[in-house]
Write a protein that binds this ligand. Structure first.
Ligand code: 5GP
Ligand code: MG
Length: 173
């Protein structure tokens, strides 16, 4: 119910500090260029917006949506609910923005799909990395925080569509 108790794992201050560092890193890595942040709906929206606001080089925003998760158990299949046309990828410096990399299935599929569309470059930025939970090998390029094998909510991450609006990342007790 909405009366669940949520323990704070990463506070808003801690997250904002880290996002500033990631933005500075992206500014440095892409100096003189522009970047396209390819945000994965819905979970990564909060992170993508906060990151975009702290990047000072020109930023373009695009959105895709995948479906790979039911409740707290991965189904192991990945499908595209919302895609973008090839011309929005070709020649662009693309950074896929994800909320959390868990098994690695979603992003390995999305990354392969986007690489076929000939971006100028392609990197992956994730707020959270559950690195020990990989089922398929996958490495992000910009990692906010590495966390353990626990189901987290808040800062865009939901549990059955609830808790996205928490300003911190937490764990349901
Ligand atoms: P993967 O394909 O890497 O297993 O799963 C990535 C997706 O699973 C994420 O984009 C997210 O939607 C969902 N996911 C994985 N772990 C968590 C979690 O701890 N909390 C929430 N809310 N979603 C998760
Ligand atoms: Mg997701």
């Amino acid at each position: 119910s909405m009366k669940d108790t949520i323990d704070v794992l990463l506070s808003e201050d801690v997250i904002n500090t880290r996002i500033r560092e990631l933005a500075a890193q992206i500014d440095a890595d892409y100096a003189g260029e522009s970047v396209t942040l390819l945000c994965t709906l819905k979970g990564a929206v909060f992170f993508a917006c906060e990151l975009a606001k702290r990047i000072t080089i020109p930023v373009f925003m695009e959105f895709i949506q995948t479906a790979s998760y039911e409740g707290t158990q991965s189904t192991g299949t990945v499908s595209m609910k919302l895609d973008i046309p090839e011309e929005d990828v070709a020649g662009k410096h693309l950074i896929i923005i994800e909320d959390v990399i868990d098994t690695g299935r979603t992003l390995s599929v999305v990354k392969e799909m986007m690489l076929k569309r000939n971006p100028a470059s392609l990197k992956v930025c994730t707020l959270l990395d559950k690195h020990e939970c990989r089922v398929v090998p996958f490495e992000g390029d910009y990692i906010g925080f590495t966390i353990g094998n626990e189901f987290v909510v808040g800062y865009g991450l939901d549990f059955d569509q609830k808790y996205r609006n928490l300003p911190y990342v937490g764990v349901i007790r």
